[in-house]
Write a protein that binds this ligand. Structure first.
Ligand SMILES: Cc1ncc(COP(=O)(O)O)c(C=O)c1O
Length: 385
């Protein structure tokens, strides 16, 4: 079996499984906010994890707050900045390739709080257009409450120029929230060096337990409670901490730090795989081919062949991928991300996303290549549209 949907969710890392097997049989279960010694042990465990993760991610421990994952993190950050923005700052800059959680949170503030949302153009490779961003920043710099632009797109795996965006925002003294969900645990990242003001991480994307995650804030005092409760997480995020989840986050991110070198082999495997596919099927399109992408992500299309048909074929070879096309009345539709890149429908409807992790490599790609060649060979005779 080859699991190739790491951008959707990662299975538990083997180091996390090993950790949990031992952890389950320990007696250290208690409310981390209780003052008895077991509670205090749990609390100290959380703080050890905070220190370890901060060290890996490049922030100070008091800049990192645990939560349930990125949807909560995004909502928390957007709430903290926009709900408390001065009256004269009513513009937010974003892009059409952001995850739906960002777009929905911004819609709320547009409809209920009168914010104006401005979108930066995306180029044909799926990269945020920096000149357009500069234009938008110049146009209304004194009225902008927040810039929210992602680090890596979940569909294409394209790495965005987030450091350049951060310095442009700094020049204009505008806060920058970068959705780092698809970058942390998948590629090099250092919070302090990035110049970003706010970032997020989701445990299930990095091989830790689902329901765990954290946010980072350059100036933590700017974070306002979004989930109310007692004084957990310095009163910024109420609720009894998911301490087992937090422990697995520390194990998973340490695993990533120790194995980062495998990303080079993974990237090499992907390059060969894509080259071989294009050699056998010159009509194949690889989205974002010309620009830096996550080591293990390929969004590949055979124009005219329905992505879901390919997905089903691959599943019969025990290979699990996804499509990024949404379905309306059983008709595949080009995703909003691909539409913003100007991708034609025959390509957009045909995409499948193959997303692997640093624990996989060239052998997995060779198996996928064999199965995908067989799928395209079979399906091109009965093109879907
Ligand atoms: C870029 C990005 N942001 C945010 C999210 C939301 O993360 P979660 O579902 O873990 O809350 C996802 C998940 O797919 C994502 O890919």
């Amino acid at each position: 079996m080859i699991y190739a949907d790491y951008n959707g969710s990662a299975p538990l890392l083997s180091s996390v499984r090993e950790y949990l097997k031992k952890r389950i049989d320990s007696d250290i279960y208690a409310n981390p906010n209780a003052i008895h010694s077991i509670g205090q042990k749990v609390f100290q465990g959380i703080e050890k994890c905070r220190d370890a993760i901060s060290d890996i991610i490049g922030c100070y421990p008091d800049q990192l707050y645990f939560n349930s994952g990125s949807s909560e993190g995004v909502s928390h950050i957007i709430h903290s900045v926009l709900e408390y923005a001065p009256e004269n700052k009513k513009i937010v800059i974003t892009s059409p390739i952001e995850h739906v959680v960002i777009l929905k949170a911004l819609s709320f503030f547009q409809e209920r709080r009168g914010f104006q949302i401005k979108s930066v153009a995306i180029d044909e490779n799926g990269v945020i257009n920096l000149s357009d961003l500069k234009r938008l920043l110049e146009e209304s710099k004194n009225e902008i409450a927040l810039v929210t632009l992602m680090a890596v797109n979940n569909e294409t795996g394209v790495i965005q120029p987030y450091q350049n965006i951060a310095s442009l925002c700094q020049q204009h003294k505008i806060e920058y929230f970068c959705d780092t969900t698809q970058l942390i645990g998948k590629g090099p990242f250092h919070f302090e060096k990035s110049g970003i003001d706010y970032a997020v991480c989701s445990g299930h994307k990095v091989g830790a337990l689902p329901g765990s995650g954290f946010i980072m804030a350059k100036e933590p005092t700017k974070l306002k409670p979004h989930v109310y409760g007692s004084s957990q997480e310095k009163g910024v995020r109420g609720g009894t901490q998911n301490y087992i989840g937090i422990e697995t986050l520390a194990v998973a991110l340490s695993d990533f730090r120790d194995n980062q070198k495998s990303l080079d082999t993974l990237a090499m495997g992907r390059l060969n795989f894509e080259a071989e596919m294009k050699k056998s099927f010159p009509e194949v399109v690889i989205i974002g081919e010309k620009v830096p992408r996550l080591a293990g992500t390929s969004l590949i299309s055979y124009p005219g062949i329905h992505g879901q048909a390919v997905q089903i074929e691959l599943e019969s070879h025990d290979i699990f991928v996804t499509t990024s096309a949404a379905c309306a009345d059983n008709q595949p539709e080009t995703s909003a991300v691909l539409k913003s890149m100007g991708i034609a429908d025959d390509v957009g409807r045909g995409v499948i996303r193959i997303s692997l992790s640093y624990s996989q490599g060239p052998t997995d790609y060779q198996k996928i290549e064999k199965a995908l060649k067989s799928a395209y060979g079979k399906l091109k005779k009965i093109k879907s549209f």
